[in-house]
Write a new protein. Structure first.
Length: 216
């Protein structure tokens, strides 16, 4: 029997009974999310962009600006960055957001959050990508669930409303504490490993400046 989560619906043509249905198989992890409207999913080259100021020039190390080709107060003409008004500017993507019709989840079980992930058929069949890779829905979130989508192929994709493109997956909230420190002995004592990124089975001294360890 399909599991049901009650939801408030703004417009849900693919779910007329105002419920979010889990596929009938008991082993399915997620609840299907479908498009609430016909959608033209753009390819990456079509995604709108805008020039935004990311920081003052003085924030960056001189060596960083030198790497970018910064000289005499300017960058090369073919640089993807721009120097103006004392700041560094770059193009930022403004991904289109597509409606799911799922507006709120007032009955999220205590101690859970939801992850939004693409269905495998959406990625392999349509070349769809989520701009944020996965979506994180905190328990207190009350707005409509939107999907930032683009097509990895070089042409846009037209999908009808009701097309199932993603899944909503309930996950337990973490109960571990994160400890941050600069003492390399923390990681070595807890795991017997040093060396940082890519150091599995390596014997070189640990070289990172920041160490994170988990304790339940």
């Amino acid at each position: 029997m399909a599991e049901i989560i009650n939801v408030d619906i703004l417009r849900e043509p693919h779910c007329p009974e105002n419920t979010l249905l889990k596929p009938g198989r008991s082993t399915d992890a997620g609840f299907d999310l479908a498009l609430a409207d016909d959608a033209i999913i753009p390819c990456l080259s079509q995604v709108p962009r805008e020039l935004v100021r990311i920081a003052d020039v003085g924030v960056f190390l001189p060596s960083t600006l030198e790497t970018l080709g910064y000289k005499d107060g300017a960058l090369p003409k073919d640089s993807p960055f721009t120097i103006k008004d004392g700041g560094v500017w770059q193009m930022k993507y403004k991904p289109p957001l597509f409606r799911t019709g799922i507006h709120t989840l007032p009955q999220i079980p205590q101690g859970k959050w939801f992850m939004i992930a693409l269905r495998s058929s959406s990625a392999s069949g349509w070349g769809l990508k989520l701009h944020n890779a996965i979506g994180v829905i905190d328990p207190e979130y009350q707005d409509e669930l939107l999907l930032g989508l683009y097509c990895a192929y070089d042409v846009p994709i037209l999908l009808p409303r009701g097309e199932r493109v993603a899944q909503l997956i309930p996950i337990e909230l973490p109960t571990t504490n994160l400890f941050m420190g600069t003492d390399k002995s923390i990681l070595q004592v807890r795991s017997g490993r040093g060396g940082g990124w890519g150091s599995t089975n390596e014997t070189q001294p640990f070289g990172a400046n920041l160490i994170a360890s988990f304790e339940s």
